[in-house]
Ligand binder design. Structure first.
Ligand SMILES: [Fe+2]
Length: 246
């Protein structure tokens, strides 16, 4: 595995993990990329950072984006074709980012989920409030054999005033996926501060770009070239499981 501190980077932005487990690059089915061609350019952009394995994770939310493998697969195929035409050497897969709402409960019941390999499952709260009965829901998912990975816990503002909630969730065995954009300060100082606290506590299991568009790509370019990134990478390298969990 390429090591950022033991050999010189191939590009100024070469990073220390090779698998992105959170991005919105499947065209036309959520608030990420609309067309396959520009989406494939963002895949190429990720390749420039040293990422050569991408799990695209379209939103699955009640009313707004009621995606299922049936809606994701054909759109994903368009992305795959566009990436193939460009000859970008990236392994492409898809899963989804599941909002824990009633639609999600229906999909669980119907056996219509698309987890990562080894049954890891990316789930999110709404940004307004924690999912109803979250502890029971996460427990039930684990009983069903899923390994829940909570997407961007640092971004839920209602947790900031009660930081012990993070401890409770970790104690319950929930894995955390922090956004690189959070560490980059893209969502503001408070989100970065909480992300850094999660890092210092050793609670970050996965990183994800959560990239939706070229603005995010530019923000990440800037961050990967910064001293801040080197500082964060020293703490995270060897701990995050992006390349090893599945
Ligand atoms: Fe996302």
């Amino acid at each position: 595995m390429f090591h950022i501190f033991k050999s010189s980077p191939k590009t100024p932005h070469e990073i220390f993990f090779h698998t992105d487990i959170h991005c919105h690059l499947v065209p036309g089915i959520d608030d990420g990329q609309k067309e396959a061609e520009p989406a494939s350019e963002l895949v190429e952009h990720e390749k420039g950072w040293g990422i050569d394995r991408i799990f695209a994770t379209p939103h699955v939310t009640q009313d707004t984006y009621e995606n299922t493998p049936g809606t994701i697969q054909p759109a994903f195929d368009l992305l795959k074709e566009a990436v193939g035409r460009k000859g970008i050497g990236v392994e492409l897969h898809y899963s989804a980012e599941y909002r824990m709402d009633n639609f999600f409960l229906q999909q669980i019941k119907a056996g219509n989920l698309r987890p990562f390999p080894n049954n890891f499952l990316l789930v999110e709260n709404s940004f307004v409030q924690e999912a109803w009965n979250l502890d029971k829901l996460l427990f039930d998912l684990r009983v069903k054999g899923y390994i829940p990975v909570l997407a961007h816990p640092e971004r839920y503002a209602y947790y900031w005033a009660k930081r012990n909630r993070y401890q409770q969730l970790k104690d319950a065995g929930i894995l955390f996926q922090v956004n690189v954009l959070s560490l980059a300060g893209h969502y503001g100082k408070q989100v970065r501060k909480v992300a850094e606290e999660l890092m210092t506590n050793g609670w970050i299991d996965f990183l994800g770009t959560d990239m939706h568009n070229s603005e995010h790509a530019d923000a990440l370019d800037h961050y990967f070239a910064s001293k801040n990134f080197l500082h964060h990478a020293r703490q995270l390298e060897g701990f995050i499981r992006n390349d090893t969990a599945f």
